[in-house]
Write a protein that binds this ligand. Sequence first.
Ligand code: SAM
Length: 280
Amino acid sequence: MKRRSRPTRRPPDPWRAVDSQTNIAEMAAGLESRGRTPAQARLRRRFLRFVPVRAGDRVLEVGCGTGVVVRDLVSLVGRRGDVVGVDRSRLLLDRARQLCREAAGHARIALRRADGARLPFAASRFDAALAITVILHVADPLAVVREMARVTRPGGRVGVQDQDFGVVAVTHPDRELTDRIMRGVAEHIYAEPHSGRRLPGLLRAAGLEGTRLLTDVYQDTTLEPWTKSFLERRAERAVRFRLVDAATAQRWLDGFTAVVARGAFVLTLNYYGAVGVKPV
Ligand SMILES: C[S@@+](CC[C@H](N)C(=O)[O-])C[C@H]1O[C@@H](n2cnc3c(N)ncnc32)[C@H](O)[C@@H]1O
């Protein structure tokens, strides 16, 4: 079978090096906006139940960003558990510290700067190690999952959840243009836009056992603020990557306005969550 060729000079994924971006406040606000979006909150919490995260657990989240998942986790582990979030970005961690200070159970949250491929923890320290919408962005996914497995106790769980940009459905009058923008932008940014569906194989390659998969769908029929900014960023990048010109990108965005006005808007995006157990 013929493989589609990928662009060879790929602009870096902004999530790989957040602190060198010029729009960090906007990126942080985007994470919080996604976190608040009801359909996103539901699918995140379904995954945490699927892992499962239990009362009393010591849980690590790799790539915690502004702490959306950390704040969910601290309520799940309760008074006997604790949560550690690590991230490469000093600036996102600063924001996470502000937001977590206001959260119930904040004394049981610790936030540290670290790379997921070199975790500053002793082996077997955690009951569960998670990475939510992070594996898509890292240079060496296997190295990160192996590190997560190392710091998890035998019998503990390693859980990863990612979008898969090969499975985005969206209503728009111009299907060819929509495909050119959505697929073209994803292929320019991500080393592996199909990261989601590859997660079970990744966990197995890292030596984890009993791998389970939860396929979930983000569904939006009203153009939530987070979806709107997601589509706007896609349009902006399509221009930057010269997939379309500025007028075409604007025409594409205007096309959504008309669909929403008719009450006919649908966007779905698949999320894959995989969990494996560290061998005893
Ligand atoms: C899309 S955000 C997800 C944040 C959070 N998990 C959430 O769902 O809201 C990806 C995060 O991964 C972090 N990140 C990227 N590469 C990393 C690495 N190698 N080690 C640790 N964190 C990393 C980024 O700084 C960013 O905060």
